[in-house]
Write a protein that binds this ligand. Structure first.
Ligand code: PEP
Ligand code: MN
Length: 371
């Protein structure tokens, strides 16, 4: 059961203290408090865990600090959508709002290689009005002899250049909890010129200790990738770890499923699950066409498969696109063959705009025919 308190409730007020005492004294019920900070208000959510079937909603609804009570199902308590659930969807971070209604493009380097490439990428993004990017510093590689990323050594120039070119949010994968402190230290030293969205890669989807650690910190939101070889329910339960440990500022990313049938694509594109995720959860949904498709092959119509699947994700309502670009893909140290070229950025963004407009028209059409 979820108990939502009045916005901005003062925890020293009589109303709060009385309510808290009542809830924590309920026999056989564990109480978990969760603060949701929005742009204008802080919401206090209290989860009652245990045999809540025996509780009367009206009794709890009548407590002085309570705004409303929602009976939630067992699954995905925090990230899920439940019946009569009117909790807000999404979050704002560093001036950028992520929800299930808007769309942001995170074009950038799969792996940071040189400061010059980072600068050329960010320059191009700024020239085309973009404020988000992806930059890989810590790379989880299948082969131990492959380039592992520059790690913390590249953070100072990445963050400084991001500030210089007006980038507000960088999606950056971390593979170990110590990376959070490295990122935090580097950002703090530079006076926080930009923001970071911590990316959990598909190889770490079920790294529960890492998830707990990321969940316990409130500074950075999370881009959580679906596991490549587990069920959707398993990936969602893993994302729930982040929320239950304290961080529900999560974007859920589809990136294709490992399957021999996917060939000639790198992974089986799973963007048909965009509407499924929006129905099951309150999380904004991202698609990653680069790691799904993995090649620059084009269809006879001249369009790259990468463009086609991006449009497929957007036309069904995706809220974010994570996509690899590189100024000189032949020199990229990771995933060069799937990178788009800087010259393709305006073409890509215009194609995105067309797909998004089509989605918005489809939404309006649905509204018009609603019975
Ligand atoms: C990436 O985005 O660079 C990456 C490694 O993706 P994934 O975890 O989806 O393989
Ligand atoms: Mn990659």
């Amino acid at each position: 059961m979820l108990v939502i308190l009045h916005p901005n409730i003062d925890e020293t007020s009589d109303a709060f203290l009385h309510t808290w005492k009542h809830l924590t004294e309920l026999p056989g019920i564990d109480v978990k408090k969760h603060l949701v900070s929005g742009e204008l208000q802080v919401l206090t959510e209290i989860y009652l865990i245990g045999n809540t079937a025996a509780l009367a909603i009206e009794d709890i609804q009548g407590l002085p600090a309570v705004e409303r009570v929602v009976r939630i199902s067992e699954e995905y308590r925090m990230i899920g959508r439940h019946k009569d659930d009117r909790r807000s969807i999404g979050f704002s971070y560093n001036g950028v709002t992520f929800n299930q209604d808007n769309l942001h493009i995170f074009a950038g380097l799969c792996a940071v290689d040189t400061a010059e490439h980072v600068e050329r990428m960010m320059q191009a993004l700024q020239a085309h009005g973009q404020v988000c990017t992806r930059m890989g510093a810590y790379k989880p590689r299948t082969n131990p002899y492959s380039f592992q990323g520059h790690g913390k050594d590249c953070l100072p120039y990445v963050f400084e250049l991001a500030g210089k070119y007006g980038i507000k949010v960088i999606a950056m994968e971390i593979t170990h909890e110590s990376h959070i402190e490295e990122i935090d230290t580097a950002l703090e030293r530079l006076g926080r010129p930009t923001g970071v969205m911590l990316q959990v890669g598909t190889r770490n989807t079920q790294n529960f200790e890492l998830l707990k650690f990321i969940g316990r910190q409130q500074t950075y939101p999370v881009l959580f990738k679906r596991g490549f070889g587990i069920s959707l329910a398993e990936s969602l339960n893993a994302a729930e770890y982040l929320a239950t440990y304290g961080n529900s500022r999560i974007v859920f990313c589809l990136r294709g499923m490992k399957a021999s049938f996917a060939s000639p694509h790198r992974n089986m594109v799973d963007f048909a699950h965009v509407p499924v995720l929006k129905r099951l959860t309150r999380l904004p949904v991202c698609v990653d066409p680069s790691h799904s498709v993995g090649t620059r092959q084009a269809a006879p119509d001249g369009m790259l498969d990468l463009f086609h699947v991006t449009a497929q994700g957007i036309i069904s309502g995706a809220n974010m696109v994570l996509v690899d670009f590189h100024p000189e893909p032949s020199k990229a140290l990771v995933d060069g063959p799937q990178a788009l070229l800087l010259e393709e950025l305006p073409y890509f963004l215009e194609d995105v705009r067309i797909a998004r407009e089509a989605y918005e028209k489809r939404r309006a059409l649905t509204e018009r025919f609603k019975v």
